[in-house]
Design a protein around this ligand. Structure first.
Ligand code: SF4
Ligand code: SF4
Ligand code: SF4
Length: 329
């Protein structure tokens, strides 16, 4: 099986799982909104993975006090799993697991299949646009890590707004406003014609992983002696990296997707390796170890009590009917 097909299979499976999770969460919200009269269904904690700001605040609290956020523990666990795996497997989360990354690839795939139009952003503009995601990341880091005191962080984490942040997020998408709909539509159209538009230019989560991945244990290596300079690796790279000009790919845009290994016609020319090429992993082993480590961390968290929220149902019964009144503290 081509590694690309395996990757797409995992992306599709996870996206379907998340859609199912979203449906379960919707039924849970119907229950709390009816103050218990609609049928009860357990809250799927995985939805907290869509609350990265709350997770960042939880991380700060954990680092400063040792208290692991009891409000959205699954959100913090998923955030930590993404960051920890970036230290080993580059931005593997982006290419193997993130549903938005999968959608982005799907949109690019549509364009390649049905249209020859491909807007290539010239070098300087491309670099300038790429700085947006780092500026957004710097903004969040400044506001949350530098400016917010521990007291403010803790006040936010226990605020009614944060207690129902996941429910508010659900309604944000269900009851989408005109402006949000237009912005999303523009992003989708741009992502069709400009490869990885959101991920490459705007996503601060990807930017953070990219920075951590500089320290990543495993990197893509090219053997100059074997390379025949066919350029296939460059064309297949979603990060638009000229792999054929590198010996080691150190770019924060490398997502560890392994496309370059998949398409290289010379066996052993492009590899994923560590310790100056001494530890060479087969692509399947790299993929299996990454996915296994990521979900292994989530499983350990579930078994050791770092997954289920301690927010009581009665609290949600009380707060959910007043969602519109709950504003950011
Ligand atoms: S850059 Fe952001 S949206 Fe894109 S795949 Fe990575 S985490 Fe997901
Ligand atoms: S695909 Fe392989 S042989 Fe072709 S340029 Fe890239 S590294 Fe060299
Ligand atoms: S360098 Fe290879 S592994 Fe990295 S993003 Fe490009 S194609 Fe994927």
């Amino acid at each position: 099986m081509h590694i690309k097909n395996l990757r797409h299979t995992i992306q599709i499976a996870l996206t379907l799982f998340l859609l199912y999770t979203g449906w379960q969460f919707y039924k849970f919200v119907l229950h709390v909104q009816s103050s218990g009269s609609a049928p009860f269904i357990d809250k799927p904690a995985a939805v907290e993975g869509f609350l990265p700001i709350s997770a960042l605040l939880g991380l700060k609290q954990w680092l400063l006090t040792g208290i692991y956020d009891p409000i959205h523990p699954a959100g913090l666990t998923i955030f930590l799993a993404v960051l920890l795996t970036a230290f080993i497997f580059k931005k593997g989360f982006c290419s193997w697991l993130c549903p938005i990354g999968a959608l982005s690839e799907l949109l690019t795939g549509f364009r390649i299949r049905y249209s020859k139009t491909n807007i290539k952003i010239p070098g300087i503009l491309d670099k300038s646009l790429m700085s947006i995601k780092y500026l957004l990341l710097a903004f969040f880091a400044k506001v949350i890590i530098l400016d917010m005191s521990l007291k403010d962080v803790q006040a936010f984490l226990v605020s009614p707004y944060n207690l129902v942040a996941d429910i508010k997020m659900l309604y944000f998408f269900l009851d989408i406003g005109k402006v949000t709909a237009i912005v999303l539509l523009v992003l989708v159209v741009l992502s069709i014609f400009i490869k990885q538009f959101w991920c490459r230019y705007l996503c601060p989560y990807g930017a953070l992983q990219g920075l951590l991945s500089f320290l990543s244990l495993f990197k893509i290596n090219r053997n100059r002696d074997l390379c025949i300079n066919c350029g296939s690796c460059n064309k297949s790279c979603p990060g638009m990296i000229n792999v054929s000009e590198k010996q080691v790919v150190n770019s924060p845009e490398c997502t560890g997707c392994l496309n370059c290994i998949d398409v290289c016609p010379i066996e052993g020319c492009v590899t994923v390796s560590s310790f100056r090429n001494k530890l060479n992993l087969k692509p399947l082993i790299f993929a299996g170890t990454f996915v296994g480590t990521f979900f292994g961390l989530l499983l350990i968290a579930q078994l050791t009590g770092y997954w289920e929220s301690t927010v009581k149902l009665e609290t949600l019964y009380r707060l959910t009917p007043h969602l519109d009144l709950l504003k950011h503290p």
